[in-house]
Design a protein around this ligand. Structure first.
Ligand SMILES: *Cc1c(COP(=O)(O)O)cnc(C)c1O
Length: 424
């Protein structure tokens, strides 16, 4: 059996119809160099989706590899429940210095969805601990995406074939999608109207990633923050996708003028190396959980691998590298270049409906009305030409590593143009 057959015979791939897994020309990765993945046949692919938005500085970054090796010689993991770990403390301190959250305390987990679940439970219990009844609902946005667990799926706007779980999803107050004009204004009004039953507002600041990079104007978010502040409703910013430089600032909340009570981090937190996520809580939230030992004020929640030492070592070094290298400058410069390239080379294709880009989160939406698989086939045509890309419905996503070079941006644009020549 070849690798593809062995894969299909034993691995179940997420968001993938396994009946035709092999027919969609999957890449079977063996190793990587810089921003290129190398498959089992030795073919190279520019990783233009950053391994689903997690890779920031590229693959096999010498400093991150070194940090991981050094931590291996100390300890790989020890539990965070009631005990501490030196490297996790160091990372939490470094994180607290850069997040737009007041006197941050960080609860670690392993996946973005878990970071969101933690935030939901913390927000709910916050009000219980405060002795306030009836704050049992969340406000979330249409088209929002917060992960695939039942709680995070409930917050999400649906789609992606998740409607079969509708009977399990708990109801939320639903604000408009970012594609609706004035979505943030409407959301702020909803907060003012319904604040007595709201535990928290959950929002992806600036960009609704999984919606196909829907962007709301940064200036629109302040009104939502103000409504939360004045009514006391907790603000949860889900920066799992936008965090760690992806939109051109370390966190998108900064551009939106938001200081959340709870912030969810994941994806780029370890530069794409190891599973780690985090729920960062402000002093206001954290203080509401203080009380006698074994009392009901305690947060009874924790994951086995939360605060993994190997992940923390990489995450700490990663944060230091983002601060010391011109990563954010590169995101802004390459973003401007990518925008110009998409406008001149891709916009002229008749099938191109929308181009959206914030930092290095990009989307090209195609008119797929009479060809539902057009975006998928176009991505396959890109992969054939050595650029790894992935479609979401009618959208081709372009989410390159933050250290992408000018030549590589050109390679992505030219490859997309050649693929569209073939398919559209
Ligand atoms: C990817 C994502 C999540 C879920 O993270 P996982 O690590 O896949 O569980 C949550 N929120 C946002 C905004 C995301 O983009």
């Amino acid at each position: 059996m070849n690798w593809l057959e062995r894969d299909a015979a034993s691995v179940w791939h997420g968001f993938t119809q396994m009946d035709c897994y092999g027919a969609n020309s999957p890449v079977i990765v063996e190793r990587a160099e810089g921003r290129e993945l190398i498959d089992v046949e030795g073919r190279r692919y520019l990783d233009a989706i950053s391994s689903l938005w997690v890779t920031t500085l590229g693959h096999r970054v010498p400093e991150l590899d070194q940090a991981l090796r050094e931590q291996l010689d100390r300890v790989a993991h020890s539990t965070m429940l009631g005990n501490g770990n030196r490297i996790v403390i160091e990372f939490a301190e470094a994180l607290a210095r850069v997040v737009p959250v007041d006197r941050a305390h960080t609860l670690f987990a392993s996946d973005g969805a878990a970071a969101v679940e933690q935030a939901l439970k913390i927000a709910f219990q916050y009000w219980t601990n405060k002795g306030e009844q009836g704050r049992t609902t969340y406000l979330a946005f249409g088209d929002g995406y917060h992960g695939d667990t039942i709680g995070s799926l409930s917050l999400g706007g649906g789609g992606f074939g998740t409607q079969i779980f509708d009977p399990l999803r708990f109801p939320v107050l639903r604000a408009p999608a970012f594609t609706e004009p004035g979505a943030l204004h409407t959301a702020a009004q909803m907060v003012r109207e319904h604040h007595r039953k709201l535990a928290a507002v959950v929002v992806e600041p600036l960009v609704q990633g999984a919606a196909g990079m829907s962007i709301a104007p940064a200036g629109d978010f302040a009104e939502l923050g103000k409504a939360c502040h004045e009514t006391g409703v907790l603000l949860i910013c889900d920066e799992v996708a936008t965090g760690f430089g992806r939109t051109g600032t370390l966190f998108a909340s900064e551009q939106c003028g938001l200081r959340p009570d709870l912030m969810c981090l994941g994806k780029g937190i370890t530069g794409g190396y190891l599973p780690m996520s985090a729920t960062v809580a402000s002093q206001r939230v954290f203080a509401a959980f203080l009380g006698p030992d074994l009392s009901e004020k305690t947060l009874y929640h924790g994951h086995s691998y939360g605060g993994n030492a190997l992940a923390a070592a990489v995450a700490l070094k990663h944060l230091q590298l983002i601060a010391s290298l011109p990563v954010l400058d590169n995101v802004r410069e390459r973003s401007a270049q990518l925008r110009a390239g998409l406008e001149t080379r891709i916009r002229p294709f008749k099938r191109v409906k929308h181009i959206r880009l914030q930092g290095l989160m990009g989307a090209v939406e195609l008119d797929t009305s009479d060809d539902p698989k057009l975006a998928r086939r176009t991505c396959t045509a890109m992969v054939k030409r050595g650029v790894l890309s992935r479609s979401m419905g009618p959208v081709i996503t372009i989410v390159p590593p933050l250290t992408i070079t000018a030549a590589e941006i050109e390679r992505i644009v030219e490859t997309l143009a050649a693929a569209l020549e073939e398919t559209a």
